[in-house]
Design a protein around this ligand. Sequence first.
Ligand SMILES: C[S@@+](CC[C@H](N)C(=O)[O-])C[C@H]1O[C@@H](n2cnc3c(N)ncnc32)[C@H](O)[C@@H]1O
Length: 285
Amino acid sequence: MRSPDYDGIYRCHAQLGWMNLGYTEHERLFEDTNNVEVYMRNLATRLHQAAGLGAEHVAVDVGCGYGNQDIHFAELSPGVQIHAVNISPLQIEVAKKNLDAQPEAIQQSIQYYVGDAVNLPFDEGFADRVLSLESAFHYVTREAFFAEAFRVLKPGGRLTIADVVVGVPQSQEFMWWRRRGWPLVWWIGERCQFDRKSDQFPAENQYDLDAYVGKLQATGFVNVEAEDISDRIVLYPNERWANLAGWKAMVPRPWIPKSSQLGYIIHLLSSLKSRYVMVTAEKPA
Ligand SMILES: C[S@@+](CC[C@H](N)C(=O)[O-])C[C@H]1O[C@@H](n2cnc3c(N)ncnc32)[C@H](O)[C@@H]1O
């Protein structure tokens, strides 16, 4: 089984504490602010709303990154119990340090664990809510995570995922680009460690939204709802591309090394058909 180096891939985000792409309800960027952190917080708020996370809930947050989102959830729902899991020991270490600086009530609300989304360290029926913010496309496999979330949820509990769906298998698309004379794109992608990045979208997770919903239903989930929120997501490097692909333009992210930004753009060139979705599903009561 592949195991991308998530410690390394996301190290440049450590200072920020957030790693999602960002979300806005505004039609044009910068009407709100040019502080990307605000957009990232917005996306966590959007997930929190979709999850209907309440003070009375026990929640498992899978792929919690550096953990700012958990502090945010705990502020939005004082008293909630959050058990946050990430595969990266480095990210969990930073999250624990940041949590130590929080007020006592927030500290009491959150526990961090190093763990894998497909093998969660919780008993069956442990949680009212399972959340995953922009991480499930990484899991090997996302389908195995669906089964884990189902196991860990109480009957009547809800799974909420903000996720990227890649509609067309990337390798085939890359062959298409290459056949049409894009060896330069390929070469630059290699130079920018595109391989490592493409590992982030395992082939097993590359299916469209209908298949996604079908897999959740096959796992046993009911009331599965999937909303395409791509036109609210802050992603593309300029407005023209953003309009073309139906996403928002990107806010400058100076903390990402230039080489990674280039790799990121090339990565996007290969996946114009990807969409950003907010998915909710319930375990039958
Ligand atoms: C794009 S980041 C999002 C992090 C965080 N949710 C945020 O929005 O800031 C993806 C996260 O998924 C984590 N991850 C990848 N594979 C995982 C797995 N199998 N189990 C748990 N976490 C995983 C990575 O370490 C990384 O923190």
